[in-house]
Design a protein around this ligand. Structure first.
Ligand SMILES: Nc1ncnc2c1ncn2[C@@H]1O[C@H](COP(=O)(O)OP(=O)(O)OP(=O)(O)O)[C@@H](O)[C@H]1O
Ligand SMILES: [Mg+2]
Length: 264
């Protein structure tokens, strides 16, 4: 029998590999402005490790929201690849992207986007119903989630009877109701008081610690960014990879210092 030079290696037990929760490779997004193709996201490549809490900082207009919409499959890149837990978002049509999004991603918006006519409990369990699952079968887990976010006493209220901080905590519970491996948050503290914003960021860290959810948060608030394990910097649509901060959480001064170095 012929043996290949590699057979010794092949005979070893295979190492279990788990795809990183998020991989972006060479992602571009152009917008057309008066017939001109303007890059809003330029050659963005990075990975989010499983159970990592990373933040992306960048000034207004640097492309943070555009990038997050691409990563969520809400928009298509002009070029490049985006993989969510190994599933290529570019491979399919809108229906396929929606299916990946519903199963794998929880999205948190600056302006909450709670449905005004549904109670807190109905809002939180809506993503389960959209997936065709009966919320009653997840009752214990949903109760734990509501407790973790400190909103268990608010379940019968309508969103109009909540403070901004409470609305955002309900939004986080909603984003987690289907147990996605990835949370994408776009300026989740942008519409909150400083204190409520700090609570929300601390809760996102607690969610990562207790549930193991990977989190990518975009912000132009250095205090929010400082809470991450890693801070990436976006400038004019491009990641400043050499400037990345690792080994967080950081002091706010560390983030300010790096922003100054980058001139942003
Ligand atoms: N629908 C659109 N059509 C054309 N240009 C757009 C559109 N949306 C965003 N842009 C432009 O793309 C660039 C990036 O916008 P984006 O909203 O991603 O920035 P951002 O970093 O999220 O800013 P902010 O901090 O203000 O939220 C900006 O120059 C913006 O004007
Ligand atoms: Mg934005």
């Amino acid at each position: 029998m012929e043996t290949s030079p590699d057979s010794g290696v092949a005979a070893q037990a295979p190492v279990a590999t788990v795809a990183p929760v998020l991989q972006a490779r060479g992602v571009f997004r152009f917008r057309t402005d008066e017939g001109q193709q303007i890059p809003v996201v330029r050659d963005v490549s990075f990975e989010l490790r499983n159970q990592e809490f990373a933040t992306i900082m960048g000034p207004s207009g640097s492309g943070k929201s555009t990038l997050l919409q691409l990563l969520a499959g809400l928009d298509r890149p002009s070029a490049g690849e985006i993989l969510i837990a190994g599933e290529d978002l570019a491979k399919g049509d809108e229906e396929y992207r929606a299916s990946v999004r519903r199963r794998k991603i929880g999205f948190i918006f600056q302006f909450f986007h709670l449905l005004p006519d549904l109670t807190v409990h109905e809002n939180v369990t809506l993503p389960l119903r959209i997936l065709g699952q009966n919320p009653k079968r997840h009752a214990g887990r949903i109760d734990n989630l509501l407790e973790l976010l400190g909103v268990q006493k608010l379940v019968h209220r309508l969103p109009s009877a909540l403070s901004g901080g409470e609305m955002q905590r309900v939004s986080i519970a909603r984003a987690l109701s289907t147990q996605p491996p990835l949370i994408l948050a776009d300026e989740p503290t942008g519409n909150l008081s400083s204190k409520a914003g700090e609570e929300v960021v601390a809760l996102l860290r607690a969610v990562r610690d207790k549930l193991g959810t990977s989190i990518l948060l975009v912000t132009h608030n250095p205090r929010d960014a400082a809470a991450g394990d890693r801070v990436l910097f976006l400038h004019d649509g491009a990641l400043q990879q050499a400037a990345e901060l690792t080994g967080g959480p950081f002091g706010v001064a560390d983030v300010f210092h790096r922003l100054q170095e980058l001139g942003i």
